[in-house]
Structures are given as structure tokens and as C-alpha cells.
Design a protein around this ligand. Structure first.
Ligand code: DC
Length: 194
């Protein structure tokens, strides 16, 4: 079975949680594509060379979840040659036998426009910043400012900006519990499963 679930949306909207839960529930492979950009940013040096030479050890670093890594990821993700270097791996993953869930910013629009299910998972900036603050702590106002800055950079870059695919289903998690959001997403997936 070839079956792709594309889960796009802004930072801390719940994409990762929903994607992992869908992968578990339906026995699909899961790829957090943000991790690729975080690993490229964390490698330092020339980002294009870093993207071209990315290997599994780079993805296993334990410092990829920090705000600094997110910020660096968002910057390198605006470089077209960095994105181009990561396309083939993501496309192959999306169309692997057995089915896959990929979460990111451009999965339904660029990486896998033919995905059988496209979800755009979103929530208000305040709620997303609060969720991120619960994870990372620090100054809440600064976390909100960083969420807004990253949204702006991710949505306004010229190459593969964050936006819903025309045929994506939008899932606003602002007022939903994790379980409710996962159940809703699972219902949408099960309707399309062969
Ligand atoms: O999902 P995340 O917070 O781990 O993503 C980190 C950054 O990587 C995000 O600000 C934008 C970029 N990104 C992207 O441009 N395209 C993707 N498919 C995934 C992430």
C-alpha cells in the first residue's frame, strides 16, 4: 500500500503529536521533517553543504529541540538549495511501501502534492506560544515573539512558504484536547484508507 498523510502547519500547533499518534494507530512510518532543517541549522558552516551531507547521526543530536535550533532551522529553511537537497529523501519516504505520515510546512504543497490525506493543523499564536513555553520555559513574552517571528519567516519566504494546500483539511487545535484532535484526524484518515 502506498498511502501518504501530509500534516502541515505552524510551530507548536500539534502536528508532531497528531502525526505520531496517526502513525501508531494506523501502522504507518513517521517522519518529522522539521528535524531535517533543525539538523542542518545545528551543523553550522555552509548550510547547503550541510544539507547535502546530512546523515542519520545528525538527526540523533540531543540539542535539536531548543529554541535556538528552531530559529536556526527557520533561517536555513529559507535557502532554496537547502530545501532542494532534502526533497528526494522526503519524497521517497512519503511514497514508501506501507504508508507514511510526514509533518512539516510544505508536505502537501511541494513534497507530496499527491498525498491521499492533507491536514493543515493550526492554532492561535498565543496558544501555540503557551504550549511551547510549557515545554521550554523561560520568558513567555519572548517565546511568543519568537513564535510570531518564525511564523512570519515561514509564511513569507519565496520558496515553499507555509500555507495550506488547496485541498487540505484545516484542523484548528486551539480549543481541542490532544485526544480530541487526534480522534478527529484519525477519522479523516480512516475515511480515505483503502
Ligand atoms: O516543525 P519544526 O518546528 O521542527 O520546524 C523547524 C523549522 O524548519 C521551521 O521554522 C520551518 C522549517 N521547516 C520547513 O521549512 N519545512 C518543513 N517541511 C519542516 C520545517
Amino acid at each position: 500500500m502506498i498511502f501518504t498523510v501530509a500534516v502541515d502547519g505552524p510551530a507548536a500547533a500539534g502536528k508532531g503529536t497528531i502525526s505520531r499518534a496517526l502513525a501508531d494507530r494506523f501502522g504507518l512510518a513517521h517522519l518529522d521533517t522539521g528535524l531535517l532543517y533543525r539538523a542542518v541549522g545545528a551543523k553550522g558552516g555552509d548550510p547547503v553543504a550541510a544539507a547535502r551531507s546530512l546523515d542519520p547521526r545528525d538527526l540523533a543530536r540531543d540539542d535539536l529541540r531548543t529554541l535556538a535550533a528552531a530559529e536556526a532551522a527557520s533561517r536555513v529553511a529559507a535557502i532554496p538549495d537547502v530545501r532542494a537537497a532534502l526533497v528526494r529523501f522526503q519524497r521517497d519516504f512519503a511514497r514508501r511501501e506501507g504508508g507514511a505520515v510526514l509533518d512539516g510546512r510544505d508536505i502537501g504543497t511541494v513534497i507530496c502534492p499527491e498525498a491521499e490525506v492533507k491536514l493543515f493543523v493550526t492554532a492561535s499564536p498565543e496558544i501555540r506560544a503557551h504550549r511551547r513555553w510549557l515545554e521550554v520555559g523561560g520568558d513567555a513574552a519572548q517565546v511568543l515573539a519568537e513564535v510570531r517571528a518564525r511564523d512570519l519567516r515561514d509564511t513569507t519566504r519565496t520558496d515553499a512558504p507555509l500555507k495550506p494546500a488547496e485541498d487540505a483539511l484545516t484542523l484548528d487545535t486551539s480549543a481541542l484536547s490532544i485526544d480530541a484532535a487526534v480522534d478527529l484526524a484519525a477519522t479523516l484518515v480512516s475515511r480515505r484508507l483503502p
